[in-house]
Design a protein around this ligand. Sequence first.
Ligand SMILES: [Zn+2]
Length: 307
Amino acid sequence: MYRSRPALGVFISLALVLAFPSLSPAQPKAKPALKVFISVDMEGIWGIVHGDQTTPGTPDYAAGCALMVADVNAAVEGALAAGATEVVVNDSHGSMRNIDPARLDPRAVLISGTPKPLSMMQGIDASFAACLFIGYHAKAGTENAILDHTISGSVVRGIKVNGVEMPELGLNAAIAGYYGVPVVLVSGDTAVCRQTEEVLGKGVVTVAVKEAYGRLAAKLVPMVEAREKIRQGVKEALGKLAGAKPYKLAAPYNFELATHVSAQADMGAMLLPSVKRPDARTLTFTANDFIEGFRTLRALISLAPAR
Ligand SMILES: [Zn+2]
């Protein structure tokens, strides 16, 4: 039986630590912050193909909300598995109260309700490392794209910034970029995945959960596979975060809003002195600050009566 000699043992340990500081017991290091922001729309959610599934008051709406939270939870799981220290989820569709707070992954922070100053991007700031768009859809006027529209289907025919036609993902990526945050993943149908590449480039991970045959029909990826693709896609995107670049447009920002009918351009042209009206259905204005421009854009859309 070995009998230890405590005094000598302590002396030897102390001598070793002084000679080789790296041998001292490791102090637990604070985990570096990795905050992830998730904006969640509904039209690009797995299983959604019709407005009834995204509109409160219809028999299909509750099931649509359950589908939405399932895609979101897959993204939250992927983010946490990739080392996220905080995940903020912003409900970004319609009433922005579609995600049942009690069904969201309890480790995530939820932003719920509307109106919000930054709308679909409420909650983003420079402290975030990455931004994800879940359940996003293609811009107004896209063929074979589930529920294609831009911000307001009843008002907006198209939105351009600096001459480039913008889907919501582009406008919102520019808001993230304003705060220096890169968009690293977009999920939705194959059409929004294509537009992600066109607007944001090839570096962004895209997850297609369905392929549209028109505006109101799609072939769905099998359910378990779709959610696994989201989970793995988020892990992959956050794993290569070092190479991600924030999306920044060049100032000044020239906004162009085309409405469906001239009545929808009337009030904006009458009330906002900075707004020009090159034709009956089109309003334009220039902003030096992207967020200010975005606010004016929303004001113009809010002033327009529905068709
Ligand atoms: Zn939506």
